[in-house]
Design a protein around this ligand. Structure first.
Ligand SMILES: C[S@@+](CC[C@H](N)C(=O)[O-])C[C@H]1O[C@@H](n2cnc3c(N)ncnc32)[C@H](O)[C@@H]1O
Length: 262
């Protein structure tokens, strides 16, 4: 397996690329805004709360939380280009007084101790190379009684087929995903006690359907953009077939987990 810093850089580069923007659109996690709202409800966001979105990606979750829940949001992501784009968009949306984005590593979060009522991390914890340290960092920035809402890819107990253990699969949030029990144990080890978990495997299937539809449409209407973004359509479709099979075999799923700092 590659070195942790290589995995992080590769993941950050891929997620700030045009190719991913073309394939995924605005939402980089299964379930889109609906599952973000579900998570916001489960962590009990209230007006005036301070929230951290760890691995904030393009920024859509931070803007949704600020506008719909009247909270202040600090987004942190390893990918500098994505953070800069999100900062510019915050200004354009007139939200820069309440939504800020920072370049940073989930394993060294550039935010103060005990400063947050809630932390969200969507479809990203599975890519963190040192999950125990990332969980400890979340515990450090949460106030006592604050909650983390984790949305992530999950694996079954028998693990994954070899073709889903590559660096590409890691970046696609699959290779280093864990079972719900393992995520809970990692959070628990950092003093974050799980109070709720629920499965949303169908959200993963819907996301694959959406990406596949985008790929087919782009292949017909935007061939040059696909080429310019360096997307190999056959590779993408082949990878998605493998993921689809893993979901239907019960090897892959998606879950929300909510834990509280004691
Ligand atoms: C699948 S995207 C999810 C983005 C966003 N949470 C969303 O749901 O739209 C994964 C994100 O994790 C970020 N990431 C990966 N490793 C990270 C790390 N160690 N620290 C901070 N961000 C990281 C990537 O740059 C990418 O933006």
């Amino acid at each position: 397996m590659s070195l942790p810093e290589d995995v992080k850089s590769c993941c950050a580069a891929v997620y700030s690329s045009d190719a991913v923007a073309l394939l995924l659109g605005d939402s980089y996690h299964p379930g889109g805004a609906a599952l973000t709202r579900r998570l916001a409800g489960l962590v009990k966001l209230r007006p005036g709360h301070r929230v951290a979105d760890i691995a904030s990606g393009p920024g859509a979750t931070a803007w949704l939380l600020a506008t719909e829940y009247d909270v202040a949001v600090d987004g942190v992501d390893f990918a500098a280009p994505a953070v800069q784009r999100a900062e510019r968009m915050s200004k354009r949306l007139g939200l820069s007084d309440r939504v800020r984005f920072h370049v940073g590593d989930a394993e060294r979060i550039p935010l103060p101790d005990n400063g947050f009522d809630a932390v969200l991390t969507e479809c990203a914890f599975c890519t963190f190379t040192d999950k125990a340290t990332a969980a400890a960092e979340v515990a450090r920035i949460l106030r006592p009684g604050g909650r983390i809402g984790l949305a992530d890819v999950t694996v079954g107990d028998s693990g994954l087929p070899d073709e889903l253990s590559t660096l590409a699969a890691w970046v696609a949030c699959v290779a280093d995903a864990r079972s719900v029990g393992q995520y809970r144990a990692i959070l628990d080890g950092a003093g974050l006690a799980t109070i709720h978990a629920e499965s949303h495997d169908s959200a993963l299937v819907r996301m694959l359907d959406q990406v596949e539809a985008r790929v087919h449409l782009m292949r017909m209407t935007q061939k040059e953009r696909i080429v310019a973004a360096g997307i190999n359509v056959d590779d993408v479709l082949n990878f998605m077939d493998i993921v689809r099979r893993a979901i239907s075999d019960g090897l892959l799923g998606y879950a929300l987990i909510v834990a509280e700092k004691g």
